[in-house]
Design a binder for this molecule. Structure first.
Ligand SMILES: Cc1cc2nc3c(=O)[nH]c(=O)nc-3n(C[C@H](O)[C@H](O)[C@H](O)COP(=O)(O)OP(=O)(O)OC[C@H]3O[C@@H](n4cnc5c(N)ncnc54)[C@H](O)[C@@H]3O)c2cc1C
Ligand code: SF4
Ligand code: SF4
Length: 1020
C-alpha cells in the first residue's frame, strides 16, 4: 500500500531535482515560490505547493523527468489546463505542464474516423482543425477552450451531449503512456495487447473476475460514474457499455485515473460526424420539481442534450449585460416573472425537416404533461450558439458572487437515475436550507447529473458544513442508487468517498491496481488511493489561518470589500467585508482558477498568454501571484512591499492593460486596474525612470515642444537618423525599431484656439443641440486631423460643440489653472504608476465636465483609452458622485452618433465608399462593448461593407510597444491576427480608433489606418 510522502523530505530534494532537470533536459525548470504557487491550485478549493514546476520541450524531456523524479522519490503530477474542480491537479509534486509544447495532432485518419494527439492539445483547437472534414471530437466539456485531451482523459470528462456520445471513456481508442519506470506502455484493445499493457491487463482481469459479484453490487449503473478506476471494463456495469462490440480496451483503465497510474504520451480518439443540423426547444417551467420530473419523459424523444438552467442562474444572466439579451431569447415572455427553470432540449441530425418534427413532438409532449405553450422553439443556429455559450458560462456566472462565501464544489456532480431526479433535487434542497445555504442548479438533466454548489465560507465554518452536507447528500445518492462522483472526478474532495461508493473489497482492489502500475507511488499520490479527508483544512486554498496583509491601495476597491448572505446572495455595503487590503485582496481572490483566460480564438483575453503560453503571463497566473503575495505566501525579499515586489513585476511585465479580462473574465478579475496598483507600489519602491517621466508628462510638455520653432522638426529627425534612435534606446529604453509619433508645429490648439469657436458653458450648451468634445493629447498634438474631422461631422449634423480648455472657461464655477491649459484624463500618469498625479489632473477634468454631465450633455471622446478612463478608472479614484455622473455621459464619437441614429435624432446620409472597410477595435473599446456602434455607423456608408477584424490586442498598448524590452512581444501580438488580416485586404480602408493601434498597423504593414471620424467626414 502506498503511503503519502513526507513533504519535508521532498523539499530537501528540490535543489537536486532542479539541478538534474536543468542538466539532463531541455525543458523549463521553476523552483521559486511564485512559479510554484502559480501551479499550486486548480479550479477547486484546494492548494498544494509543487516541489518544482517543469515545462518540457520534448518527449525525451518527460521520460527523463519521470526517471529523475523516481530516483529522487519526488512525486510526478501531469498537468493540462489545470481546470479540475476537485483538487486532482494540485499536489506537492514535480508538476509537469503539457500545454506549452505538447499540443500537436500526431495522426489523423478521416476514413477510419480517428485522430491521435498529444496530451496538451486543447479540445477546441482539435475541433477547430477537424471542422473542415465534417468531424468532431464530441466530448464537449464546458471548458472546451482550455481543457486538454490529457486532462479530459485524466478526469474521464463528460460533455453536455453525453447522452448521445457517452463520456470520455467511450471515445478513447488507445493511450500510449510513460509508466513509473519511464518506459512506454501501449494501452488499447486487450485481445491484441502485449508487453506491460498485457501484463497489467491480465492482472486487472484476474482481480475483476474474483470480484465480479462485488462489482455487480457496488458499481453504479448510471452513465455518469467516474469514481475510482474502471475495474468494471471486464464486466461493464454502466447503462452505456465501454465499447460497442463488447471488446475490452485497456486504455479505459487509464481514463479517469487522474494522473495516478501513468503519464499519457499520446491519445487515440474516436471521431464523430459533425451533425449537419441542430434545433433547440427551450421548455419554460413554473416549478423546478416539474422540470426535473419531465426530464425522464423528454429523453425518450431522443435528444442529443437536455440541459437545465435554474431561476437563480437565469436571473444572474439577466442582470449581466453580456448575457441579458441572449438568455431572454429562451423565455416565453421576458416581461413576465422569470421561470423557475428552463430545459434546453437539443435535437441534431443530417436533415433539418425531421428535427422540426422533433420540436413539434416536444411541444406535444409538454402539452400532454400539462404544460402546453411552454416551449420556445429555436431552429436558428446563431441564436442556439449564443444560448449554449450562456449555459456553458453557468458556473462562472455563479462564481461572480463577491464576498468570502463562494459556491463550493464537492457534491456538484452526483448522478441519479432520471426517475428519481425530482425527488433527489428536492431532498438536497432541503439539506441545503438545513445548513443555512442554498443551491443553484444547472447542467445535464439528460443524464441525471445536476451541478449544484452550496455557498460556503471556507475561512469560517465552511469545512464543517461541507462535511455535513456531503454526508446527507451521499445518503440520498445511495437511496436513489446513483453515483456520488459523476463528472468532475475524485481528486481531494471525493477521494474519501470511493470506499463509501464501492465498499472495502473493491477499494482494496483499486489500491492493488495502483500498486501494480506504480509500485513506488510516484504518480499523483493521495488521489484515488489513500486520499485525505475532503475537509482537511491543510489542503485548502483559504484555510481558516489564511490572512491578508494590511495595505492601503492606491485605488478604491471597496466595492469588493463585502460579505454575502448564502441564502439571499445579497452583499453587504461596500467597504464592510473586513479585508485588510481594503478590498484589493478580495478582488484578487475572485479568480477561481477556472482557466477561461487561457483561450486563444474568440475575443481578446489574454494577449500576453496568447503569444507566450506561459502561466505567468496569464490573467490567472497574475491573480494567483497577487493572492499569494497579499497573503504572505511568497518568499519576497522586500517584505515591506509585496505588491511592488519583483515577483509581481515578473507577472505584470507583459500585461498590456487591455482591460479584456475586466469584461471577459467570468468573475470580473480586472487585471488592468491591478496593474495600476502594482505600478504605483513598484515605482514607490524603485523610483521612476526617464522613460516613465517622458510618457507620464507628455500631456504637459507637448504644448511647449509644439510651440518652439523648429523643435518639432528637430525631434522628428530621430525617426530618420538611426544612431539617434539607438542613442535614445540606450538612454531611455525606447526601441530604435519603432518610429515615434510625429511632432507638429501646427497643432489642433494652435489652429483652433485663437478662434475659440468651441467654448460654451453648460447652461448655454444645454439649450442647443450641444455636445462636449474632448481634445485629448494624442489627437490634439499628433493627429489633429481626427479632431477636425470629428468637428466637421458633428457640425454638419447640427451639433454645437464645446471643447474643454482651461483658458477659455467662461461660466464654470472652477477657476482656470495657470500651469497647463489643456485638460487631461491622466491616462499617461496611470501608465507610469503615478496615481496621485493622475488624480490631480483627472480631477480637474471631471470638475470641468460635471456641470455638462449634470445637464445631460453628451461627453464625446475620440481616443478610446482616454475616454474610457472616464468610465473606468475615474470611478475608483475617490471622485464620488462627480465621476459617476460624468461616466454616464462619456462616450466615443461612434457610440454617440449611432445612438442618435437609433433614437431617430439623426439622419446620417453618407456618400458611397470607393472601397471596402476593415475595422479594428481598440481593446478598451471592446471591453466596453463599443465596437458594435462603430460597425453600425460604418454600415451607413454605402458600399463600405465593413468587416470586423477578429483580433486580440494590437500589441502596442500605449507605451508598451515602444519599450525596447517589449518590442518583440508587441510585434508577435500584432502578428497573431491583426496584421495578417490587413495584409490580406490590400485594397480596403483600415479604420482603427486607437492611436497606438494605428501606429502598430503603420509600422507592421506600412498601411495608413484612419480614425472613424475621418472616414465619416470623408463621406459626408
Ligand atoms: C467552469 C468549469 C466548467 C467545467 N465543465 C466541465 C464539463 O462540462 N464537463 C467535465 O467533465 N468537466 C468540466 N469541468 C472540469 C474540467 O474542466 C475538466 O475535467 C477538464 O477536462 C480538465 O482538463 P484540464 O486540461 O484542465 O485537466 P487538468 O485539470 O490539468 O488535469 C486533470 C487530471 O488529468 C491528469 N492529467 C493531465 N494530463 C495528463 C497526462 N498527460 N497524463 C496523465 N494524466 C494527466 C491530471 O493529473 C489531473 O489529475 C469544468 C471545470 C470548470 C472550471
Ligand atoms: S482570471 Fe478570470 S478567467 Fe482567468 S482563471 Fe481567474 S477567474 Fe478564470
Ligand atoms: S489586462 Fe489584458 S493583458 Fe492584462 S491580464 Fe487582462 S487580458 Fe491579460
Amino acid at each position: 500500500m502506498n503511503k503519502p510522502l513526507d513533504l519535508k523530505e521532498l523539499m530537501i530534494d528540490q535543489a537536486q531535482l532542479a539541478k538534474r532537470l536543468r542538466q539532463e533536459t531541455s525543458g523549463e525548470v521553476m523552483t521559486d515560490s511564485a512559479s510554484r504557487g502559480r501551479y499550486a491550485t486548480d479550479a477547486s478549493i484546494y492548494q498544494a505547493m509543487p516541489v518544482a514546476v517543469f515545462v518540457p520541450k520534448t518527449a525525451e524531456d518527460i521520460a527523463t523527468a519521470i526517471q529523475i523524479a523516481a530516483e529522487l522519490g519526488v512525486p510526478v503530477l501531469p498537468r493540462g489546463g489545470g481546470t479540475s474542480q476537485c483538487g486532482q491537479t494540485t499536489g506537492a509534486a514535480l508538476v509537469i505542464d503539457n500545454t506549452k509544447y505538447f499540443r500537436n495532432v500526431l495522426d489523423l485518419n478521416i476514413d477510419q474516423g480517428y485522430v491521435e494527439v498529444e496530451p496538451g492539445m486543447v479540445l477546441d483547437h482539435l475541433n477547430g482543425s477537424l471542422k473542415q472534414y465534417g468531424l468532431w471530437y464530441p466530448v464537449d466539456v464546458s471548458t472546451a477552450g482550455q481543457a486538454t485531451i490529457g486532462g479530459m482523459a485524466g478526469n474521464n470528462s463528460c460533455g453536455s451531449r453525453s447522452i448521445a456520445y457517452g463520456n470520455m471513456v467511450h471515445n478513447v481508442l488507445g493511450i500510449n503512456a510513460w509508466m513509473a519506470n519511464g518506459k512506454i506502455g501501449e494501452f488499447g484493445n486487450y485481445a491484441n495487447s502485449s508487453g506491460v499493457a498485457k501484463q497489467l491487463g491480465d492482472f486487472v482481469k484476474d482481480l475483476a473476475n474474483n470480484l465480479q459479484p462485488e462489482i455487480e453490487t457496488h458499481f453504479p449503473k448510471v452513465l455518469r460514474r467516474v469514481a475510482g478506476y474502471n475495474l468494471d471494463i471486464f464486466h461493464p456495469q454502466s447503462e452505456l457499455p465501454y465499447t460497442k462490440d463488447g471488446s475490452v480496451n485497456l486504455s479505459h483503465l487509464l481514463v479517469g485515473s487522474e494522473g495516478t497510474l501513468a503519464y499519457f504520451k499520446s491519445l487515440k480518439l474516436k471521431l464523430a460526424p459533425l451533425p449537419k443540423h441542430k434545433v433547440l426547444g427551450i421548455v419554460n417551467f413554473a416549478s423546478f420539481y416539474k422540470a426535473m420530473d419531465s426530464a425522464q419523459h423528454i429523453v425518450k424523444l431522443g435528444p442529443t442534450a437536455v440541459e437545465l438552467v435554474d431561476r437563480t442562474m437565469i436571473d444572474l444572466a439577466r442582470s449581466n449585460p453580456s448575457f441579458k439579451k441572449t438568455i431572454e431569447t429562451a423565455l416565453i415572455d421576458h416581461t413576465a416573472q422569470t421561470p423557475e427553470a428552463i430545459l434546453l432540449v437539443e435535437f441534431s441530425g443530417e436533415a433539418h425537416a425531421p428535427l422540426l418534427e422533433k420540436l413539434k413532438a416536444l411541444e406535444q409532449l409538454m402539452g400532454d404533461l400539462g404544460l402546453a405553450g411552454s416551449v420556445v422553439p429555436m431552429p436558428d443556429a446563431t441564436l442556439q450558439k449564443n444560448l449554449w455559450e450562456v449555459r456553458k458560462a453557468g458556473l462562472n456566472i455563479m462564481m461572480s458572487l463577491k464576498g468570502d462565501g463562494k459556491p463550493v464544489s464537492f457534491i456538484e456532480d452526483c448522478a441519479v437515475p432520471l426517475e428519481s431526479l425530482a425527488d433527489y433535487t428536492q431532498a438536497l434542497t432541503d439539506v441545503f436550507s438545513k445548513y443555512g445555504s442554498r443551491g443553484t442548479w444547472y447542467a445535464h438533466a439528460s443524464v441525471g447529473t445536476l451541478h449544484v454548489r452550496p455557498i460556503l465560507d471556507m475561512r469560517r465554518d465552511g469545512a464543517q458544513k461541507m462535511r455535513a452536507v456531503a454526508e446527507e447528500a451521499s445518503a440520498l445518492v445511495r437511496k436513489y442508487k446513483g453515483a456520488y462522483s459523476g463528472e468532475h472526478g475524485d481528486g481531494l474532495c471525493r477521494g474519501e468517498w470511493i470506499s463509501w461508493q464501492f465498499g472495502p473489497k473493491i477499494t482494496e482492489a483499486l489500491a492493488e491496481i495502483k500498486h501494480a502500475f506504480d509500485p513506488k507511488g510516484l504518480f499523483n499520490p493521495g488521489k484515488i488511493i489513500n486520499p485525505p479527508k475532503m475537509d482537511d483544512a491543510s489542503n485548502f486554498r483559504f484555510p481558516p489561518s489564511y490572512k491578508v496583509i494590511p495595505l492601503q491601495p492606491a485605488l478604491d476597491w471597496s466595492a469588493w470589500n463585502v460579505q454575502n448572505n448564502p441564502v439571499t446572495e445579497e452583499t453587504t455595503a461596500p467597504g464592510t467585508g473586513g479585508d485588510p487590503a481594503m478590498g484589493l485582496a478580495k478582488a484578487v481572490e475572485m479568480c477561481n482558477n477556472n482557466g477561461h483566460c487561457r483561450k486563444f480564438d474568440a475575443e481578446v483575453m489574454c494577449p500576453s498568454y496568447r503569444v507566450t503560453r506561459d502561466e505567468k503571463h496569464l490573467t490567472r497566473g497574475r491573480a494567483n501571484t497577487l493572492r499569494l503575495a497579499l497573503s504572505n505566501q511568497l518568499d519576497i525579499k522586500d517584505e515591506s512591499s509585496p505588491l511592488g515586489s519583483d515577483a509581481i513585476k515578473e507577472v505584470m511585465e507583459l500585461c498590456v492593460s487591455c482591460k479584456a479580462c475586466r469584461r471577459e473574465c467570468p468573475t470580473g478579475v480586472d487585471m488592468a486596474k491591478m496593474k495600476i496598483e502594482f505600478l504605483s507600489a513598484y515605482k514607490i519602491r524603485v523610483g521612476h525612470s526617464l522613460r516613465d517621466l517622458a510618457v507620464a508628462y507628455l500631456p504637459k510638455y507637448a504644448a511647449t515642444i509644439s510651440r518652439i520653432p523648429f523643435l518639432p522638426a528637430i525631434l522628428n529627425l530621430r525617426n530618420h537618423i538611426a544612431p539617434v534612435a539607438k542613442l535614445q534606446e540606450w538612454m531611455m529604453g525606447i526601441s530604435a525599431q519603432r518610429s515615434l509619433p510625429i511632432w507638429k508645429g501646427r497643432t489642433f490648439w494652435s489652429e483652433s484656439k485663437t478662434a475659440s469657436p468651441y467654448q460654451y458653458c453648460a447652461d448655454e450648451l444645454s439649450k442647443q443641440k450641444g455636445v462636449v468634445l474632448l481634445a485629448d493629447t494624442f489627437n490634439a498634438y499628433f493627429e489633429d486631423e481626427n479632431l477636425m474631422a470629428a468637428i466637421k461631422v458633428l457640425t454638419a449634423t447640427g451639433y454645437r460643440i464645446h471643447i474643454p480648455h482651461k483658458s477659455e472657461i467662461k461660466s464654470t464655477n472652477k477657476a482656470p489653472s495657470t500651469c497647463s491649459k489643456e485638460f487631461c484624463c491622466g491616462r499617461t500618469y496611470l501608465a507610469a504608476g503615478m496615481v496621485d498625479k493622475a488624480k490631480e489632473t483627472l480631477g480637474e477634468l471631471l470638475d470641468h465636465l460635471a456641470p455638462y454631465a449634470e445637464k445631460n450633455i453628451p461627453i464625446i471622446g475620440l481616443e478610446p483609452s482616454c475616454l474610457f478612463t472616464l468610465k473606468d478608472e475615474a470611478l475608483v479614484m475617490g471622485f464620488g458622485e462627480t465621476a459617476i455622473t460624468v461616466s454616464k455621459h462619456a462616450q466615443l464619437l461612434e457610440e454617440f452618433l449611432a445612438g442618435e441614429v437609433k433614437a431617430g435624432n439623426l439622419n446620417l446620409t453618407l456618400k458611397p465608399a470607393s472601397k471596402s472597410v476593415l475595422f479594428h477595435g481598440h481593446c478598451h473599446q471592446k471591453s466596453f462593448a463599443a465596437v458594435t456602434p462603430a460597425m453600425e455607423l460604418l454600415k451607413l456608408i454605402p458600399n463600405a461593407e465593413p468587416k470586423l477584424i477578429e483580433s486580440s490586442c494590437c500589441g502596442m498598448a500605449g507605451s508598451f510597444g515602444y519599450e525596447a524590452e517589449h518590442i518583440e512581444v508587441s510585434k508577435q501580438m500584432a502578428e497573431v491576427s491583426l496584421l495578417p488580416s490587413i495584409r490580406k485586404s490590400p485594397d480596403s480602408w483600415i479604420v482603427a480608433d486607437g492611436t497606438s493601434c494605428r501606429h502598430q498597423i503603420a509600422d507592421g504593414t506600412q498601411r495608413e489606418a484612419v480614425h472613424i471620424a475621418r472616414i465619416l467626414a470623408a463621406h459626408l
